[in-house]
Design a protein around this ligand. Sequence first.
Ligand SMILES: [Zn+2]
Length: 506
Amino acid sequence: MLELPVGRYVMYLRKSRADEERERNGEFETLGKHERELSAMCRRMAVPVEMPPLRELVSGESIAARPRFQELMEMVQARELAGVVVHAVDRLGRGDMMEYGYILSAFQFTRTLIVTPGKVYDPADPIDLQQLQLQMFFANTEMTGIKRRMREGKDQAVRDGQFIAAHAPLGYDKVRDARGMKTLAPNEWAAWARRAFEWTADPATSMSEISRRLKAAGVPGQWDPQRVKVLIRNPAYKGMVSWNVRVTKIKGRDGMTIEKCHAKGDEPILADGLHPAIVDDELWDAANRRLKAGESHAKRSAPLRNPLAGILRCAKCGRAMVYAKSDPRRTGRCYEYVRHPLNRACTCPPAPLSLLVGLVSESLESAALECEVAAESGEDPAKALETEREGVESAIAKASAKVERLVELYVSGGMDAPEYVERRRDMDARIAEMRARLDELAQERPEPPEAVAMRLKDIMRALRDDDVPPSDKNALLRAMVERIDYANDADGRGNPQVAITIHMRR
Ligand SMILES: [Zn+2]
C-alpha cells in the first residue's frame, strides 16, 4: 500500500445529483453513509483524517454556491493539506469542465493527494492526473444525462401549467392545488402588482416614478426601474407560465477563471398556467408595448450598457476599462462593474459602475459650479482670448519694425553680411512662431462659462436619470469629455479607493 505523507487530511462530503434523485425515491441519508464508509477506510489505511468532516448541505452548482468546498480549496491553495478524503473524485466538482481544470491544477501545483475508497491519487503524477481527468470527464457526461432528464421533467411540468420557478412573483404565493400540482395563489400584494401594470401602461409615468411609488408603499422588494421592468415582462401576471427563457452558459477565460453568462435558451416554453391572472391580456400587452417602445429607441442608437464606454481609461496605461456584470447565481445579486482589460503588463482593481457614474456626475456638478462662479465674477473667456490676440499682434508689429531697422543698418553699411544673416534668421523664426499662435487663436471659439455650466449640468442630470439609455449618456459625455483617467488603490479587503481625472475636450 502507498506510504501516505504526514500532514493534515480533511474529509469532504457532498451528495451528487444521482444521490439526490435516490434520496427522493426514499433511500438512505447519503452523507451519513459516506461518512461512516470513509471513516472506516481511514482507520484501515491509518490516514489521520480530521473530524468533523466538511459537509456540504446545499446543492450549489458553482464553486461559489458551495461554501464548504470554498473552505477546502482555500486550504489546498494555502498548501495546508497533505490530502483530501472523498467518496469519489467527482465530488470535487459539480459537472463543468472549466471548474475541473481549475480544481485539478490547484491540487497538482500544491501536491495535495485525493484519497478515495478505490485509490489514492497523486495529481503531481502524470498517470494519476490523466486518470483523474478521465474520472471527472465521465462524471461530467453522466451529469449531462441527469441534467437532461431533470430538464425534460421540468419542461413537462410547465406544459401542464405548473409554476416551477424558485420564487413566486410579487402578488402571488407558491401553493399546491388539490391534485398536488405546483401553482400560484394571489396574495395581499396582488393589487400593487396590478397598479404597477396600470402605471407602466401610461407613458406619462416614468419608470423611476413607479419604483418610487412601490418603495413608498412598502411593497416588498428592492424597487428600481430595472426591477419594475422585470415584473412587467413576467407572463405569470396574465396567467401564463414560462420556462427555459434564460439558460446559464460557461465561458472559459485565461484557463483559470470560470465565467457564467446568460444566453437565450433554445426552446422557451410558454403555456397557460393553472393559476389565476392578476391583469388581463390587454393591460399586460399595453404595459409591455410601452417598455418595448423605450427599448427599441435605446437599441436603435446603440446597444450600449456602459455610459462610460471608451471614455473611462486606466490612468497607468490608457487602455479603456471594460464593462462587466456579476453572475447573480454566484453573488446573489446582479451588479455592474468596470474592470481592467486582461493584460500582463498592467492591471488595476475593478469598481462598481454605479460608484464611477456617481463620481463622474459629482465632478461634473462641481465643475459646473466653478463655471457659474467664474460667470458671476465677470470672467469671460472670449474677452481673455481677444486680449491675448491683441498682445500677439502688437508683438508681431514690433518685431517687424526691428527687422526694418536691421535692413536699414545693413544697407547703410553699419553691419557686415554674416552678422545680418544670423540676426535676420532669428527674428524671422520668432515672427513665424507668433503668426502660428495667431492662427491657433483664430480657431478657438470659447463658450461663455454660463453656457458650459449648463451643458455640464445637462450631462450630470442625464447620468443620474435611470430612464436615459446608457448610449445617450455616453454620447452626451463624449461631446464634452475627452477621457476619464481611472485609478484604484483598493485596500486588501477589496474596498475600492477610486480616483478619477476628467479631461475635458478643448
Ligand atoms: Zn492599465
